[in-house]
Design a protein around this ligand. Structure first.
Ligand code: ADP
Ligand code: GLC
Length: 482
C-alpha cells in the first residue's frame, strides 16, 4: 500500500477555480478505492475553513516555518472518507478574493511567500518531522503552486518519492530574482537547470527539474509540451525528461456528473430515457429568454474566458454564427474584454444569445444537460473536463484537435468508424475551421437518427477514474522500493 500526500492549491467542493479542483477531489477518492492511504494537503483559505465547518475541523499539529507559526488542521472532503490537512496561516490564506489573486483581479504580491511556506509544510510532513506519526511514501504535487516541494525534498537523502502533475504548463509560477532572494532557498537553486528561467524564478521548474516522475493530464499533451509550440519555453526540459514523463487522461466524478441523478437538472435522463433531455433545453430557453424551440440547435460554452479557451475564435465568427439557425448560451468569467464583447452580443440578440458572467456550479450542470452541442475550441487544452461532462450528458462537443480534446473526441470521417464518433473535431486553430465544424454539427442535428447514435456513443463511454487511478498507482509503485 502506498501512503500518498497529495498537495494541491484547490479541491472541490472546498475551493475551485478550474479543473484542478475536480481532479484533486476525484483522483484521491479513486486511489482510496484502490486501497491506498491518501491525505490531501491544501491551504486553509477563509472560504475553505467556512465550508469545512459542516464536516468538522480540528487542529492536529503546530508547525514553525521561518518564524511563521502554522496550525495544521484536519477535515474530510465533504461526503467522502478522504482526509484533508489544511495549512492554516491566517496572514497568507485568510483573505477575500480567490486563491491566487485579490478582488481586483491582480495576483497577490506575496504569492511566492504563500506557496513557499505551503511547500515547507509539505516538506516537513513528508520527512515525518511534524507530530503526525505518518510518513508518506509518495508526495504527489500539482502545478506550479506545489513546484517547490520536489525541489526542497531533493535536498534530503531519505525522502519519499515525488510525482509532479502538470495540469497547465502555461502557468509557470514566475517571480523575480528579488522574490527568490526573499525566500529561504539554497542559492544553488538559482541555476537554469533548477529554478531559474530566463532571469526569473519558476516554481513550475521546481517540479519539472526535481520530481522523480512527471505526469500530465492527457497523452497528447505529454507529446505537445515537448514541442516549442506548446512548451511555453520549457519544451527543452520536457524533452530532457521525456523518459520520466507520461500522460494520463483525467477521469471525471461520475456521481457528481450523472444526468440520471443530477439534482441541478429540470429533468433527469439516461441513455434509455434520452428523449427527456429536451425538457432541460426547453426550460433553459424559457429561463434565459431565448426563443423556445426544440428544433433550434443550442450551443453551450462554460469556462474561463481566457485566450486558452479559444474565445477569440468564437468572437471572430459571431456574425456568421448569428446568421445560422442556432442559439448560444455562455457561462464564464475572465478577461474583461471577452466579458464585455460577449455581453454586448447577448444584449443585441437576446432571443439567440444568452451570456451569464460569473461562476455558477449549478448553472454549469444545467448548460451541460440542456445544450445540444458543447463548444470547446481551445487553442491548447491539457485535458479538459467540460467535454467529458458534455459527452456523459449526450451533448456533442465541437473541439479543436489538441491535448485531451484530441484524445477524447472523435468525428466520423472516411477513416474513423461511426461506432467511435462522438462529436466534431477541427484541426487548425482558426475561426473558419471552427465555423465549418459548427456547420457540420448543425447539419447533422437535423438527421435525428444519426444524432442519437452519436449521443449514445458519447454516453456509453467510460470516463470514470478506475483506469487512470491504476495508471497513477503503477507509477507510484515504479518509483518506490518494493
Ligand atoms: P480549466 O481547468 O482549464 O479551467 P477544465 O475543462 O479542465 O478547464 O475544467 C473547468 C472546470 O471548471 C469544469 O468543472 C467547469 O464546469 C468549471 N467551470 C469553469 N468556469 C465555470 C463557471 N463560470 N461556472 C461554473 N463552473 C465553471
Ligand atoms: C488545467 C487544464 C485543463 C485540465 C485541468 C485538470 O486547468 O487547463 O485542461 O482539464 O487542469 O487537469
Amino acid at each position: 500500500m502506498q501512503k500518498i500526500l497529495f498537495a494541491t492549491s484547490e479541491v472541490y467542493p472546498l475551493i475551485k477555480t478550474g479543473g484542478l479542483a475536480d481532479v484533486a477531489a476525484s483522483l484521491p477518492r479513486a486511489l482510496l478505492k484502490l486501497g491506498q492511504d491518501v491525505k490531501i494537503l491544501l491551504p486553509a483559505y477563509s472560504s475553505v475553513l467556512e465550508k469545512a465547518k459542516t464536516t468538522g475541523v480540528k487542529e492536529v499539529a503546530k508547525i514553525e516555518v521561518d518564524g511563521n507559526s502554522i496550525s495544521l488542521k484536519q477535515t474530510r472532503l465533504p461526503g467522502t472518507k478522504v482526509i484533508v490537512w489544511l495549512v492554516d496561516i491566517p496572514e497568507f490564506f485568510e483573505r477575500e478574493g480567490n486563491p491566487y489573486c485579490g478582488p481586483d483581479g491582480n495576483d497577490w504580491i506575496d504569492n511566492h511567500k504563500r506557496f513557499y511556506v505551503f511547500a515547507k509544510v509539505a516538506e516537513l510532513i513528508a520527512l515525518n518531522q511534524v507530530n503526525l506519526d505518518w510518513q508518506p511514501t509518495i508526495v504527489h504535487c500539482n502545478d506550479w503552486q506545489t513546484g517547490l516541494i520536489p525541489a526542497l525534498l531533493s535536498l534530503h537523502p531519505n525522502r519519499p518519492a515525488t510525482v509532479f502533475t502538470i495540469h497547465n504548463l502555461a502557468y509557470r509560477g514566475l517571480f523575480s530574482h528579488q522574490a527568490f532572494a526573499e525566500l529561504n532557498l539554497p542559492t544553488v537553486f538559482w541555476h537554469h537547470e533548477r529554478l531559474e528561467f530566463y532571469g526569473q524564478m519558476s516554481f513550475m521548474k521546481g517540479g519539472l527539474a526535481f520530481a522523480d516522475f512527471i505526469t500530465t493530464v492527457s497523452p497528447s499533451y505529454a507529446q505537445e509540451i515537448q514541442r516549442p509550440e506548446f512548451g511555453c519555453g520549457l519544451d527543452g526540459l520536457m524533452r530532457y525528461r521525456k523518459d520520466s514523463l507520461t500522460g494520463i487522461l483525467n477521469g471525471i466524478d461520475t456521481d457528481e456528473w450523472n444526468p440520471g441523478t443530477d439534482p441541478h437538472l429540470s429533468c433527469n435522463y439516461n441513455r434509455r430515457t434520452l428523449g427527456s433531455k429536451i425538457k432541460n433545453k426547453l426550460a433553459l430557453q424559457e429561463e434565459l429568454g431565448l426563443t423556445v424551440d426544440a428544433e433550434i440547435p443550442l450551443f453551450g460554452f462554460v469556462g474561463r474566458l481566457v485566450d486558452q479557451k479559444g474565445v477569440d475564435l468564437i468572437l471572430e465568427q459571431m456574425n456568421q454564427f448569428l446568421n445560422l439557425k442556432c442559439q448560444l448560451v455562455v457561462l464564464g468569467s475572465g478577461f474583461p474584454h471577452y466579458e464585455k464583447a460577449l455581453k454586448s452580443i447577448a444584449e443585441q440578440h437576446p432571443a439567440k444569445v444568452a451570456v451569464t458572467l460569473g461562476y455558477n456550479e449549478s448553472f454549469a450542470h444545467r448548460i451541460e444537460a440542456s445544450s445540444d452541442v458543447f463548444l470547446m475550441p481551445s487553442i491548447f487544452e491539457p485535458c479538459g473536463l467540460n467535454q467529458l461532462y458534455s459527452l456523459r450528458y449526450g451533448t456533442l462537443p465541437v473541439v479543436h484537435a489538441v491535448g485531451g480534446l484530441r484524445d477524447t473526441v472523435c468525428e466520423q470521417t472516411l477513416e474513423s468508424e461511426a461506432a467511435e464518433a462522438n462529436g466534431f473535431v477541427f484541426g487548425g486553430a482558426t475561426s473558419e475551421e471552427l465555423f465549418a465544424a459548427v456547420q457540420r454539427a448543425i447539419f447533422l442535428f437535423q438527421k435525428k437518427d444519426q444524432w442519437k447514435k452519436l449521443q449514445l456513443n458519447a454516453m456509453s463511454q467510460d470516463f470514470s477514474w478506475d483506469a487512470s487511478a491504476k495508471e497513477y498507482l503503477a507509477i507510484y509503485n515504479q518509483i518506490t522500493p518494493q
